[in-house]
Design a protein around this ligand. Structure first.
Ligand code: NAP
Length: 352
């Protein structure tokens, strides 16, 4: 049981991020003092939306300049915090140097933040934003999971530096977090493991999260001829923020939380947009046959390797979200609501 004093500041690393934005909003609305750790507190494009949120809510925000790769960088921001949210980690799928661009900031960054938690004696709980990517790499991994369903018990054993390095970075980072936590007993660790996160961004013009490139492809004609039926999990960013909040303040929260609302696929997601947007935008209507994806996929998109297509296209994705529903009381928005709210934002901001 970990009771967090709500009067104490709460640290959010990577506060400029897409997922973190909604968490900061929730904390501010609940009246907390948020210590927002960001790379560039002087950049209005990155932080203006957070300042506006603070002006319109009961809570307060204070910015700290930090970097995952600078040792001790988070210590000042963590001062007096009982609760630390560590969300910062690069979410990019196409990188030049996977070790330098993904694994180092994810793993060394996590170690860096947790080393400070070991030094700052006020810290009682750390919530790390991990990912379903630390549970699986390809939809085909579901088949090897107990009963064919992903749960908190399952760990990713198939990603590597050469294959799906983002998933590898998240797996290594979460393992590091549990390792550091196990060496002490003052603070406990909770991980939130979301599947693909969609839903509106609080800073749509500056959002670089990979979530948006996937959505954008549904409206920019990339899948005009049809979409690959890739099995995937989906969750709304607003529900992910609620999950983080509960994981932070529920005294009985414990362990990993698989945070995924829908066992779905790219075709089903696109079809949910057909009725409202299908006339004006080239939303895919059909499923591309797997042989065709095999033929053209690797030519059109670097992320679509033959192995990736073989292991994901026409393969069902199945995960069990009962732990977070039962223990933290999280409910999830419908797939239609998440897809529509996300796509409408791309329309409103002329992104598609
Ligand atoms: N979006 C999803 O579908 C999804 C699913 C599961 C898990 N997640 C996890 O959720 C977290 C947030 O992702 P997101 O989708 O919100 O992506 P995002 O908008 O790109 O946010 C990433 C955050 O990490 C920060 N960051 C990256 N490299 C850094 C470094 N070297 N030093 C300090 N900060 C650094 C970024 O800061 P700058 O603003 O300065 O770049 C940004 O605040 C990540 O841990 C990601 O793995 C995301």
């Amino acid at each position: 049981m970990t009771e967090i004093n709500k009067e104490k500041p709460v640290l959010v690393t990577g506060a400029t991020g897409y997922v973190a934005g909604w968490l900061v909003k929730k904390l501010l609305e609940k009246g907390h003092l948020v210590h927002a750790a960001v790379r560039d507190p002087e950049n209005p494009k990155k932080i203006d939306h957070l300042n506006k949120l603070a002006q319109n809510s009961a809570g307060k925000i204070k910015f700290f300049k930090t970097d995952l790769l600078v040792k001790g960088s988070y210590a000042e921001a963590m001062h007096e915090c009982e609760l630390v949210y560590h969300t910062a980690s690069p979410f990019v799928l196409s990188v030049k140097d996977p070790q330098k661009d993904l694994v180092d900031p994810a793993v060394l960054g996590t170690e860096n933040v947790l080393d400070s938690a070991n030094v700052i004696t006020s810290v009682k709980r750390v919530v790390v934003t991990s990912s379903c990517a630390a549970i699986y790499t390809d939809a085909s991994d579901c088949r090897n999971a107990p009963n064919g369903v992903l749960t908190e018990e399952v760990w990713n054993t198939t990603a590597s530096l050469d294959y799906q390095p983002y998933s590898f970075s998240k797996t290594m980072a979460e393992k590091k977090a549990w390792e550091v936590q196990s060496q002490q007993s003052r603070w406990d660790l909770i991980t939130i493991n979301p599947s693909l996160v969609l839903g509106p961004s609080l800073n749509p013009k500056a959002t670089t999260s990979e979530s948006f490139s996937i959505l954008k492809q549904m409206g920019d004609g990339s899948f005009k001829a049809g979409a690959p039926k890739m099995g995937i999990g989906l969750v709304d960013v607003r529900d992910v923020a609620d999950a983080h909040y509960e994981a932070g303040f529920n005294p009985e929260a414990k362990g990993r939380y698989l945070t995924s609302a829908h066992n779905t696929n790219i075709v089903e997601m696109a079809l949910s947009l057909q009725e409202k947007y299908g006339k004006e935008y080239p939303i895919p209507k059909k499923t591309l046959p797997k042989w065709l994806v095999m033929l053209v996929g690797p030519m059109t998109n670097k992320a679509f390797s033959r192995k990736m297509i073989k292991n994901n296209v026409n393969v069902e994705w199945k995960a069990d979200n009962s732990k977070i529903r039962n223990e933290l009381g999280i409910t999830f928005r419908s797939l239609d609501e998440t897809m529509e709210d996300s796509f409408q934002q791309l329309v409103d901001y002329n992104i598609v």
